[in-house]
Every structure is written in structure tokens, then in C-alpha cells.
Design a binder for this molecule. Structure first.
Ligand SMILES: [Zn+2]
Length: 214
């Protein structure tokens, strides 16, 4: 999960019903502002982009048509989140990378898991950590377990590929190898939070890619 910079809605664009955010300028702005990926898991949206209400309309009906409350998610995350994690951080206000670290690891039985670590912040961060754990590591039903496994496989493959690009840069520092890394840690890149953590924690790479350490 990364920070989302939402542009203000133009004054002539109004959201009064679902149709207003499922089509037209509101939907187009959501796609662009959320970098064409799910704002929760950072996977691509494939064939099922969902307009997601950060605070569900069950708990806050007035926010159903509030631009600030709308994000874009995949159906996996939208289904898991529902109205159960309404206290999560607002990634348009709070930078998730400042309070949550994401990496791949192994559990006690040597199964691959996403390690979701709280690095700062308040109860909203705890709720977001719980949401991310459910999204990446959920085992509630076999169906969810299957979906989470597919997602983890995809993250693993992306990170293996990314590691090659990091090694290429270290072995042959140059404009080309640097650009290959930079492109994969941009806001538009899938699973950018995982990749940036690797760069940020590498003392050789961090200053090169604009991470001054934390
Ligand atoms: Zn997702």
C-alpha cells in the first residue's frame, strides 16, 4: 500500500449516484490517481476493478458519494474489506510506507507469507495491518486461501524479477540498469511498497534512488 495523491474533483463534476463514479470523469480520475492498481494490495485490476468506499456506506451512508472516500480496488480486496476495516488509515492523508513495512517471508511451517509490520502510528494502522494480513495471508476459507496464494505467488515472482534488476544495477551501475530499477519502484509499479522497502534498507542503493534512510 502506498500514498495516493487524489486530485480535487473539478467543480462541474458531481457524484449523486453509483453511475456517476462507475463511468465518466470520476472513474477515470480514480484509475489515474490510484495508478491503475488496487489501492490495498497493489496488484493490477485485471478484469474486475471495484470502486471501493474506504469507509463503508453501511457505517457512513453520507460518504457513499464523497470523492475523498472513493478508491479503486480489486474484487479480492473489496470482498475482504467490506465494512470490517472502516477504521483503516486514509492513504490519501497518511503515507502507508511510513507506518507499515511489507516483505515476503516464511512462517513456522516454511510456507511463504507476507510479513506485515507496523512501524509507527496509531490504532488505524493496527486495523490496516489486520486488513493487509487478511488480503495477503487469509486462510478463512479454501477459496480465500487459494486467492491469497495466487497473490503471493505473483508478488514472489515480481520480487525475484526485481531482485535481478537490483543485482544488475549493483554489478553494472549505469543509466540503463538504474532506469530498470527506478521504473519498478515508481508509484505505477505493482507491489511498489515491497520493492521500495528493499531499496530503502540497502545502504548502497537507498541514496541512489532517493531514500535518505528512515
Ligand atoms: Zn487488491
Amino acid at each position: 500500500m502506498i500514498k495516493i495523491q487524489k486530485r480535487p474533483l473539478p467543480s462541474d463534476v458531481v457524484i449523486k449516484r453509483e453511475k456517476d463514479y462507475r463511468s465518466g470523469p470520476v472513474f477515470q480520475m480514480l484509475v489515474a490517481d490510484c495508478h491503475n492498481k488496487c489501492y490495498i494490495c497493489e496488484d493490477s485490476l485485471h478484469t474486475s476493478p471495484n470502486v471501493e468506499h474506504r469507509i463503508s456506506h453501511k457505517h457512513a451512508p453520507a460518504l457513499k458519494y464523497d470523492w475523498e472516500n472513493l478508491f479503486l480496488s480489486c474484487s479480492h480486496c473489496n470482498n475482504i474489506k467490506g465494512d470490517k476495516y472502516d477504521g483503516m488509515i486514509d492513504p490519501a492523508q497518511c503515507d502507508p510506507e511510513q507506518v507499515i513495512a511489507l516483505s515476503m517471508g516464511l512462517d513456522d511451517e516454511l510456507r511463504e507469507v507476507v510479513i506485515v509490520s507496523k512501524t509507527g502510528g496509531d490504532e488505524a494502522v493496527d486495523i490496516t495491518v489486520a486488513l493487509l494480513n487478511a488480503v495477503y495471508n487469509g486462510t478463512h476459507t479454501d477459496m480465500k486461501k487459494y486467492a491469497c496464494q495466487q497473490l503471493k505467488n505473483k508478488i514472489s515472482n515480481e520480487l525475484a524479477w526485481f531482485q535481478q534488476k537490483l543485482d544488475d544495477y549493483k554489478n553494472h551501475p549505469g543509466d540503463d540498469t538504474k532506469a530498470a530499477v527506478a521504473g519498478r519502484i515508481s508509484e505505477d509499479a505493482l507491489f511498489a511498497a515491497f520493492k521500495r522497502k528493499r531499496v530503502r534498507e540497502d545502504p548502497q542503493l537507498a541514496p541512489v534512488f532517493g531514500f535518505g534512510g528512515r
